[in-house]
Design a protein around this ligand. Structure first.
Ligand code: PMP
Length: 402
């Protein structure tokens, strides 16, 4: 038996995808032309699937800060902070994130994925119980497994189900940790944090919220859905990423818990991997300042979200959730989704193709994410090209069977 035989079903599905057109999971970007446009397959393409929510990847101040740090401190730290030490920038960024989030403590991680692994497996152990929303991101699930805790899933965005499961598991686990996302990455729906906080308080559980997709976007100052819902004092831990609104790579977590700093010597995904490089730290510090000083960035992304959500809904697309910077359109099945995704690419629009098992309830999606850097003209073009797609889908559906 070959060691790859276990992936036979995946290999077959992949061949079908490749036969239908471009490779949605390994798309080649030939050239970038700023935060919202690239050349793909020789064609100038509008990017509507980057998670570059505030469009800061090309911000001149962020780029300058990164270049300057690169010259001053080199290309990498070449090791973990436990072994190789903490640079001034790591500490400064942690202090700045803590101040921005109005928390006592912040820790920086090498990716958002590792922030979740470190937080979950650092906080919960084999004698604890984790209650996790069933639409988890892979990093949350992997963190649960790494922790060795007993894991119970509750129905997506259903505080009553969480309540029932906490009650049913009374006495199970020395500590109980509830994990949700502020905004869910696939459909763009938002957690009912007020109700979840009520439940976790009633049961004496801890709450971790992953604000990967909501940091910088939700809340009056961009602190996320916990800020928007006014529940920050009751959220024990917040995790986030640098790879979306902050336009770089890395992750963070914040808390007021007095023992939070212990995670630096207890959380393996912090301890046993190289720390973020100087250029990353410098650009993120600058991006954080830009977010604090320029609320207009949030106004722009929300205006773009409104325009695209309205435009796609008006054309009859099945838009999955209320208006947010993530707009997912549901297609009837995988073949239709793959065809539509390739057709949009031909029309010069890149969105994410999202298929089961990566989607909730087995749905097939064209997932759009907006940026503050999209111009109104680009949004109009995207809506128009979705319009072409809508007409073609209708014609295909109405065509008499051969
Ligand atoms: N949490 C969620 C909800 C995510 O969607 C992602 C990435 N898409 C992550 C965590 C991981 O972030 P990163 O890309 O920084 O590893």
């Amino acid at each position: 038996m070959d060691i790859f035989d276990k992936y036979a079903a995946i290999a077959e599905r992949r061949s079908k995808l490749l036969a239908a057109g471009a490779d949605p999971f390994n798309l080649r970007i030939e050239a970038m032309h700023g935060p919202t446009e690239a050349t793909i397959a020789g064609r100038r393409t509008i990017l509507v699937g980057t998670n570059n929510y505030l469009g800061l990847t090309y911000d001149p101040a962020c780029v300058e800060a990164a270049v300057e740090a690169l010259r001053r401190e080199g290309t990498g730290t070449t090791g973990s902070r436990i072994a190789n030490g903490t640079y001034g920038g790591h500490r400064a960024l942690e202090e700045e994130i803590a101040a921005f989030m109005r928390r006592r403590h912040a820790i920086v991680f090498s990716t958002g994925y590792q922030a979740n692994l470190a937080m979950i497996a650092g906080l919960a152990g084999p004698r604890d119980l984790i209650l996790v929303d069933s639409d988890w991101h892979a990093s949350i699930w992997d963190g649960c497994r790494l922790s060795g805790a007993t894991v119970v899933r509750f129905k997506h965005n259903d505080p009553e189900d969480l309540d029932r499961r906490l009650a049913r598991n009374e006495g199970v686990g020395e500590c109980r940790l509830v994990i949700v996302e502020g905004t869910y990455s696939m459909l763009g729906d938002r957690a009912p944090l007020r109700e979840i906080v009520e439940v976790k308080k009633r049961h004496g559980a801890f709450l971790l919220v992953d604000e990967a997709h909501s940091f910088g976007v939700f809340g009056a100052t961009g602190r996320g859905v916990a800020e928007a819902d006014g529940v920050e004092p009751d959220v024990d831990f917040i995790a986030g990423t640098f790879s979306k609104s902050l336009g770089a790579i890395g992750g963070f977590a914040v808390s007021d818990h007095p023992s939070f700093e212990l995670l630096r010597v207890c959380a393996r995904p912090y301890m046993f991997t190289a720390s973020p490089g100087p250029a990353t730290i410098a650009s993120v510090r600058t991006a954080l300042r830009r977010i604090a000083e320029e609320p207009a960035l949030r106004d722009r992304i929300w205006a773009n979200a409104k325009a695209l959500h309205g435009g796609l809904s008006a054309q009859g697309f099945a838009v999955c959730a209320a208006m947010s910077p993530i707009i997912a359109v549901r297609l009837p099945d995988e073949a239709a989704a793959v065809w539509a995704w390739n057709r949009l690419l031909e029309l010069g629009v890149y969105v994410n193709l999202a298929l089961p098992p990566g989607t909730p309830n087995g749905v097939c999606l064209l997932r759009c994410s907006l940026s503050a850097a999209h111009t109104p003209a680009q949004i109009e073009q995207v809506v128009a090209r979705f319009g072409v797609l809508a007409r073609e889908i209708r014609v295909a559906l109405e065509a008499p069977a051969a």
